[in-house]
Design a protein around this ligand. Structure first.
Ligand code: CS2
Length: 479
């Protein structure tokens, strides 16, 4: 079958949507690190909308390691199909990605693009920020140590941004604006601090000061449920387009991007494309991370333990659905200070999105990288609840279910997708379902901040949930 590309695009017609601008006129204005499915479902779609108004928001996507996105998109001139999975699906060809570079293959080209771009965006997942549990740059991280030695060939997002900004300064160019689009609390602040700490660690004080005063790092909250591409999607796109698309993307129709107002004259451009430009992003970010992602991870680990495969399945199990709703409405809501948000209504909408029958969102996908996700999704909420003297018995269930998940996977000889996989497997192997299991997990300082790990109330609550999940999950979920 013929491949989707610039030269075959004219064969595609309604109901499939097409780029509403002349692609020949588009110029690169954005360098994006980490062009996984989420970027292509979310930011690339927003930039596509901006291109109808201004041709200088084209995207150069940089893959930090693997060539698979480049290999799929290069023969398609960067074009791909985005499918909104609803009762009435909508298909659209997105044209904002002009180029995909595999960074290790051509670092000098990445640096050239960083001199041209006004925006740098990133979806490198939680682990890509190389942070300690205190939220500071981990100077012992292997990638950071390597990048401090070799400026010309960075391997981490932090190394790329620091050296990219350094070159702009040397060329007398203004700093680019860097927007983190990952699910971390205060993502812009943390990224900015990490880049500055990196510059200081390599002895570049002046650059650090220049970044402090000149380089914007707005925080941002991103949201749209994006299940991995599957065969059903490939088929659906093939028959709708009459063309082969090697890597279409699917997501729900709901999509939200809240960016802190450090966009200067471009704020209106972002707004017109549907972005919420806000003075403070933290209230949106916390609500989303704690309610949606916290519930997701809880459903994933507890649901997999009960034999569910997808979020939809888990929401059809009244025990899980009831538990997660109570946790959101009673425990997580109490931790939010978001006067501009109608929290009960927001919770209702999130739960309705989880029940979308057109979305096949695998719990095993959400279960990836638990060691990195738990902190932002559950542990910060738990630490605050403990500080305020609120109950934590429901909030810890996702944490205990994660421990059970690690033990189960290890016993089954199944690989864990997690940057700490080796350490987790070692813990999993030494577990015997007794009390000591909890201490083995809590000793993982990359996961649990020391003060939380040492908190007796926390430990007792996790131990109780862990025991309960092993003996009678119904009792735990009825809490
Ligand atoms: C999910 C998120 O995979 C996961 O961990 O919780 O990807 C979630 O679907 C998005 O954050 C929704 O915006």
């Amino acid at each position: 079958m013929t491949r989707l590309s610039n030269s075959t695009l004219a064969q595609v017609g309604p109901p499939v949507g097409l780029p509403a601008y002349d692609r020949d006129l588009v110029r690169i204005g954005v360098v994006h690190f980490g062009p996984g499915a989420f970027h292509r479902a979310h930011q690339a779609w927003y930039f596509d909308r901006m291109l109808s108004r201004r041709p200088d928001m084209g995207v150069c996507a940089v893959s930090l390691r693997t060539p698979d996105v480049r290999d799929a998109l290069a023969p398609q001139d960067g074009l791909y199909t985005l499918v909104e999975k609803e009762a009435e699906p909508a298909l659209q060809v997105v044209g904002s990605i002009l180029q995909v570079i595999v960074a290790p293959e051509d670092p000098s080209l990445v640096f050239r693009r960083l001199l041209e771009a006004r925006y740098v965006t990133a979806t490198v997942t939680e682990k890509g920020y190389c942070l300690t549990t205190a939220g500071d740059l981990d100077l012992d991280h292997a990638d950071i140590r390597r990048d401090l030695e070799r400026r010309e060939h960075p391997s981490s997002l932090i190394g790329w941004i620091a050296e990219g900004l350094s070159r702009r300064r040397r060329h007398d160019l203004p700093a680019f604006t860097t927007i983190s689009c990952d699910n971390l609390s205060d993502n812009g602040l943390k990224l900015r601090r990490a880049v500055i700490a990196f510059c200081e660690a390599r002895g570049d004080r002046e650059l650090a000061r220049w970044i402090e005063s000149e380089a914007p790092f707005p925080s941002s909250m991103v949201d749209s449920i994006t299940p991995a591409t599957d065969d059903a999607l490939l088929q659906q796109v093939r028959s709708a387009l009459g063309l082969e698309d090697a890597w279409p993307i699917q997501r729900e129709r709901f999509v939200q991007w809240v960016v802190e107002d450090q966009l200067g004259a471009d704020a209106d451009l972002f707004r017109e494309a549907g972005v919420t430009v806000a003075k403070a992003v933290a209230p949106f970010e916390r609500a989303k991370l704690r309610l949606l992602n916290g519930a997701h991870s809880t459903l994933a680990y507890a649901g997999l333990g009960l034999g569910c495969a997808t979020v939809f399945d888990a929401m059809n199990d009244p025990r899980l659905a009831g538990f997660v709703e109570a946790m959101m409405r009673e425990d997580i809501a109490a931790s939010l200070d978001a006067p501009e948000l109608d929290v009960p209504e927001y919770i209702g909408k999130v739960l309705a999105r989880f029940r979308n029958p057109a979305i096949v969102h695998k719990l095993s996908q959400i279960a990836w990288d638990g060691s990195q996700k738990l902190r932002f999704r559950l542990l910060e909420t738990i630490a605050e609840a403990l500080g305020a003297g609120r109950r934590v018995d429901r909030l810890v269930v996702g944490v205990a279910a994660w421990m059970r998940f690690v033990v189960r996977q290890t016993r089954a000889g199944a690989a864990l997708t997690d940057p700490l996989a080796e350490a987790l497997a070692a813990v999993g192997r030494s577990c015997d379902d007794g009390e000591d299991d909890i201490d083995r997990f809590l000793a993982l300082s990359e996961v649990f901040p020391p003060a939380l790990a040492a908190d007796a109330t926390f430990r007792a609550a996790v131990a109780q949930a862990y025991r309960g999940l092993g003996s009678d999950p119904n009792v735990v979920l009825a809490a």
